[in-house]
Design a protein around this ligand. Structure first.
Ligand code: KG4
Ligand code: ZN
Length: 330
């Protein structure tokens, strides 16, 4: 069963054809990142316009690469929430029009559920398990009871992990999106050079704004004093602190659930320090770790096709009134 999936929640216009929720026949991603880089972050109106410009070509390319026509497609899955509202509306409107004209069922997919489903594409992972979702807009611990049954155990109370990476990167002089540059710098830096604060949050919630501000203040104070900072050391210290925050809460959550499987997903799960730190705690605690390959960490439509398959099987279909939502619970 082939699903055509569409994702446009932020600055990637993406379309994919996924068979039976598992086999990726095509996965086309048109990233706008370089256009937003000069502004130091995503400009929502520019993102919406760029999605509108290229969505037809991206969907056509996904069909062509998969050697499919619309008649081979069983259903159309689309990200309807959460994200930038104008950006989401482009994908949702396009998918609605296509589903209507081709007479195909339309399956709405939550973006976070999509990030979690990315892990199914490359592993034999099955629910239940604990998902650690770390992206540019979200940081959540999710009890995945079944493919379409989620319970959010904790989330960030301020910035997402990726936001903290990108802001820290910016003050260190790296281009947007800076997470990957911090990752590279951290590899050659000394992680014990800077003492950075770890937030005290209740339960399984996260907080990254204090850590982000500490990095910003460290750089500004040094520049006011005319001192130079070793960026690699600061990046390594920052990344080590993020890893500690994530691994501590992950262990707390998994012990509360008594699960033995953890999936780490979302754009920030591409971070090598986080992958290593999660691998270490899982080895030490007899837990099985599932990580998506790098191509499925960031926003893509293959993950929407994977989750779309499970939503389809559980009978979740959109009616003619499907709308997009900037915020929406999983
Ligand atoms: O999942 P994603 O593509 O978009 C959202 O749903 O938000 O995540 C994008 C985020 C950005 O903040 C980006 O800097 C971060 O993922 N990121 C990384 C790395 N690669 C991407 N952060 C840290 N280390 C990386 N290697
Ligand atoms: Zn995402």
């Amino acid at each position: 069963m082939k699903i055509l999936a569409i994702e446009s929640s932020c600055d990637e216009t993406a379309a994919a054809i996924v068979e039976d929720g598992k086999k990726v026949l095509s996965n086309v991603v048109a990233s706008q990142a370089e256009f937003h880089a000069k502004f130091g972050g995503v400009v929502p109106e520019v993102a919406s316009r760029m999605h509108a410009e290229c969505i037809s070509q991206v969907v056509k390319a996904a069909l062509t690469e998969a050697d499919c026509s619309l008649s081979d497609i069983e259903a159309i899955a689309v990200t309807y929430a959460p994200g930038l509202i104008g950006a989401l509306l482009v994908g949702v409107s396009f998918a609605k029009g296509l589903a209507f004209s081709a007479g195909k069922p339309l399956v709405p997919v939550h973006h976070i559920a999509g990030h979690i489903a990315a892990v199914y594409l490359s592993s034999d992972l099955t629910p239940p398990f604990l998902a650690v979702v770390v992206s540019g807009g979200h940081t959540s611990l999710v009890d995945v009871r079944d493919y379409t049954d989620f319970r959010v155990l904790g989330r960030t109370t301020d910035d997402a992990a990726g936001e903290a990476f990108d802001k820290a990167a910016r003050v260190m002089g790296f281009p947007y999106p800076g997470g990957v540059y911090v990752d590279k710098a951290a590899k050659i830096g000394n992680p014990t050079s800077f003492r950075l604060p770890k937030p005290q949050t209740t339960g399984l919630n996260f907080s990254f704004s204090g850590l982000k501000t500490a990095v910003v203040n460290t750089v500004h104070t040094a520049s006011q004093r005319g001192e130079t900072i070793n960026t690699n050391d600061l990046a390594a210290s920052f990344q080590k602190t993020v890893c500690e925050i994530l691994t501590e809460k992950t262990l707390q959550a998994v012990s509360e659930l008594s699960y033995d499987k953890i999936a780490v997903c979302g754009g920030v799960s591409a971070n090598s320090g986080i992958r290593d730190a999660m691998t270490k705690i899982c080895e030490e605690n007899g837990l099985k770790l599932f990580l998506p390959p790098l191509c499925y960490c960031g926003d893509n439509a293959a993950m929407i096709g994977a989750q779309g398959f499970h939503e389809y099987k559980s009978g979740t279909f959109a009616d003619d009134y499907l709308n997009a939502f900037a915020t929406r619970e999983l």
